[in-house]
Design a protein around this ligand. Structure first.
Ligand SMILES: [Zn+2]
Length: 317
């Protein structure tokens, strides 16, 4: 079964070789127990022989996360499992990490597919939606969001359908689900904007669309915290802290309010203080009241990395 999937992947890749540019032209082949593996240009499969490769691409971030004395964060390199570790409870993350989404070595990005967003991140009808849905036609090309290495590219039995997972140098992973075709193979290097698959309707999906997720140590983040899909822009930096992983983080808060595209409709400009509730942090509070973390820090003699407690009163003015 495994070899079938693998071979069909190769066939898919070869199929696309004819229609695409030199990116799809293999420069060498390697015989493996499951068949012939194609080697592509300078996108060397650096981890081919390193079965025990662990961690994320960004060594600095990995070190900071693993340095958290209260918890041991794990992330292994596997082509077989979508989630690498089910026990990375990021709500235990005490620190705020300043993540450079783009850096001087890997400074490109792409919007995976330029289409209408039909579903946002967060709770919908009582169920958690871990990504955003972007409308497309079966056969539309999907692009890698950042530079990285393909970690997973095969059919996922439990809902994602044909799924591609890319691990990026910034420390994030991105998921591209329900594809009709996979154009990449595990362990292959990709650049931002490289075509990686064709959109489709495979897995648990009613109608062709791209389900796109952004994850940090296996935990989903609202993609809209990083991508501005309308402007086709990306934020240079992301402050990663436990609140970022809250299902409502960065989304237009409640389902009862109408389809506002930002949180501006729920911003309370008159409030003078705020009592901290579970799951909140300075970043969430700043958003809620239309102010900045910097301003809150000054008013309350805090720093961006200060721990705030449930029940603590935060001055807003
Ligand atoms: Zn979805």
């Amino acid at each position: 079964m495994k070899s079938f999937v693998f071979i069909s992947l190769l066939i898919t890749t070869v199929y696309n070789a004819a229609a695409q540019d030199s990116f799809f032209d293999p420069i060498d082949t390697v015989e493996t127990p499951t068949g012939t593996m194609l080697i592509y240009g300078d996108r060397t499969w650096a981890y081919l022989g390193e079965e025990n490769f662990e961690g994320i691409m960004n060594a600095r971030i990995h070190e900071m996360v693993c340095g958290d004395t209260t918890y041991s964060y794990k992330s292994k390199w596997t082509n077989e499992d979508v989630i690498t570790c089910t026990t990375n409870d990021v709500s235990l993350l005490k620190d705020t990490l300043w993540m450079c989404v783009l850096d001087s070595l890997h400074n490109n990005y792409a919007i995976p597919f330029d289409g209408v967003m039909t579903s946002k991140y967060g709770y919908r009808r009582g169920r958690r939606h871990n990504g955003v849905d972007i409308d497309l036609e079966t056969g539309d090309t999907i692009y890698a969001a950042f530079d990285g290495k393909i970690r997973y590219a095969k059919y996922h039995e439990n809902g994602f359908g044909n799924l591609i997972v890319i691990r990026h140098y910034n420390g994030l992973e991105t998921y591209y689900a329900h594809c009709s075709k996979l154009m990449v193979a595990p362990n292959q290097d990709v650049k931002a904007g490289d075509p990686i698959g064709l959109g489709g309707n495979t897995g648990h999906s009613s109608g062709s669309h791209l389900h796109f997720e952004v994850r940090f140590y296996d935990n989903p983040i609202n993609p809209e915290l990083i991508f501005d899909f309308k402007k086709k822009a990306v934020k240079d930096n992301l402050l990663v802290h436990s609140g970022v992983f809250h299902p409502n983080s960065g989304s237009s808060r409640s389902s009862s309010s109408s389809s506002s595209s930002s949180s501006s409709s729920s911003v309370n400009k008159n409030a003078k203080t705020h009592r901290v509730r579970s799951g909140e942090n300075l970043w969430i509070i700043a958003r809620k009241y239309g102010t900045t973390v910097n301003s809150l820090c000054k008013l309350n003699s805090l720093t961006e990395t200060s721990v705030i407690h449930i029940g603590q009163v935060i001055r807003l003015k």
